[in-house]
Design a protein. Structure first.
Length: 184
């Protein structure tokens, strides 16, 4: 039994310049609605086509990535969605987008969630997602077309359950991680 965790393609959404907190919130919302603008590499197509069960996140970048692979999901589930950034309300503070994204993700990892999902809740969701993927793997090789951080959290849960990594995930678009069921 095999589980493939694949990250979506490159979103059709540009990095902005300096933004205040409200503009960043708008930018994040637009990112969540973005489709992908690139085509998958041949290696990703080959890996994805091994799956007999395909699931994905409901976010457009994941669904459009799956379409670019020529595949259709048997299930679309918010369980596999990316973890949202915690946002702040600071009308005067303007920062470069990349600095905002990095600082807010680090704050999230340190325990600040604001109105978004906490690290603890995200870990619990990743555990439920891993359980679901393991159950689906009874039907054959599973492909999850998802997102960078959530895929890494799911991978961690699979390893905790004894699943062996053939290939670890990276943060690149179209990257994949492949896990095999433990023999014992």
């Amino acid at each position: 039994m095999t589980i493939i965790l694949m990250r979506h393609g490159k979103p059709e959404h540009r990095m902005a310049g300096r933004l205040n907190a409200q503009a960043l919130a708008d930018w994040c919302e637009a990112y969540d609605m973005a489709l992908v603008c690139d085509t998958p590499p041949e290696r990703s197509i080959t890996i994805a086509r091994q799956a007999s069960v395909v699931v994905c996140s409901p976010l457009p970048r994941a669904r459009s990535s799956l379409a670019r692979l020529g595949l259709h999901p048997v299930e679309v589930d918010a369980l596999f969605s990316e973890v949202s950034l915690p946002l702040v309300t600071s009308p005067r503070l303007e920062l470069p987008t990349l600095l905002w994204l990095t600082a807010l993700r680090m704050l999230w990892l340190c325990g600040y969630a604001g109105e978004s999902e906490s690290l603890l809740c995200a870990r619990k969701r990743a555990a439920r997602a891993a359980d679901k993927l393991i159950a689906l793997s009874e039907q054959g090789t599973v492909l999850l077309l998802g997102h960078g951080l959530m895929n890494k959290m799911i991978a961690r849960e699979l390893r905790k359950r004894g699943w062996q990594a053939e290939k670890h995930a990276s943060s690149r678009h179209w990257s994949s991680a492949i896990y095999h069921r433990p023999f014992i």
